[in-house]
Design a protein. Structure first.
Length: 301
């Protein structure tokens, strides 16, 4: 009886394989797009970063100054924290999403009840992202702080992810590791829900008809869905990054998510929420590659 109700050994093995594939695809993509990711973060948070942070006028200017002042390897600064976070992040994200899909889409026929199917995929994507975020948020926090750690003389404030976390903890306590968490939760739930809601709906439209999607077409679907979700949710990402950057400072510029939104809009207008958005759109190629590699490799399970 229990063997029928519980997952089989093969199901458990397949789950671990999917987690490994998702994490491996993420590492390849993350390292490839790390320079774009760092430039995006710097442009996004430089209005609230340290006074020693060089001011950059755009994506090209930022790339040029980082290369000239800090060397080519500086473009990968913060990537170790990003990789340490991205493997478990995507491994858990795919795993939790599949778990929630099983719950929300149980006995749901896509053709007979499309509305419930669509909202089930939206809910599964959002819930999977939220669960993963709660577990791994301190890593994302450290990655952001290390990526924007750039003085004009090329020196670094933090040498490693653990040093970054514990030096900030000495000033602000352990709760500082979750600075900007509420804004991050809004962003992750919204962006994952929009992306997986669109991606799963479009992908299953073809697979339900027995069509085998090739690598390029799957990538095009993923890229389009990521750009839609990224641009629609980007203001939330900007707010959460700014809240992360001010952690560990004695003087806080923002009191919370809503205060940050008000001050950014008042001083910078709508454009303030979209600084680095173009770079983020280019960076989404890496995210689309993760999704595409995952579904390509899963064919061979």
């Amino acid at each position: 009886m229990s063997s029928e109700a519980g997952p089989s050994h093969e199901d458990t093995l397949n789950l671990y394989k999917k987690m490994l594939l998702g994490g491996s695809a993420a590492i390849i993509s993350k390292t490839t797009t790390a320079p774009i990711d760092r430039v995006k973060l710097i442009l996004q948070v430089q209005p609230t970063s340290t006074v020693s942070l060089a001011q950059y006028e755009g994506m090209r200017d930022c790339f040029r100054k980082l290369f000239r002042e800090q060397g080519i390897l500086s473009l990968w600064r913060g990537n170790s924290a990003g990789v340490a976070r991205c493997f478990p992040n995507h491994a858990l994200n795919f795993a939790f999403r599949d778990v929630y899909r099983t719950i929300f889409l149980k006995n749901v026929d896509r053709n007979q009840n499309f509305g419930r199917f669509f909202f089930g995929t939206v809910a599964a994507g959002g819930a999977g992202g939220a669960t993963t975020l709660i577990i791994l948020y301190p890593m994302d926090f450290a990655r952001t702080r290390m990526a924007v750690d750039c003085k004009r003389d090329g020196s670094k404030r933090y040498k490693s992810m653990t040093e970054c976390l514990f030096r900030i903890q000495e000033i602000d306590g352990y709760l500082s590791w979750y600075r900007g968490f509420c804004a991050s939760l809004y962003f992750v739930v919204a962006s994952r829900a929009v992306f997986f809601g669109l991606f799963d709906t479009i992908r299953t439209h073809f697979t339900h008809r027995g069509e085998q999607l090739n690598f390029v077409f799957t990538w095009m679907i993923a890229q389009s869905c990521l750009m839609v979700s990224g641009l629609s949710c980007y203001p939330l990402d900007s707010v959460r990054r700014r809240l992360m950057v001010q952690a560990g400072k004695k003087r806080k510029h923002y009191r919370g998510t809503m205060d940050c939104c008000r001050k950014v809009y008042r001083s910078e207008g709508l454009y303030g929420f979209y600084k680095g958005a173009l770079t983020n759109s280019l960076r989404s190629t890496g995210g689309a590659l993760i999704i595409t590699l995952y579904y390509e490799m899963i064919k061979y399970l």
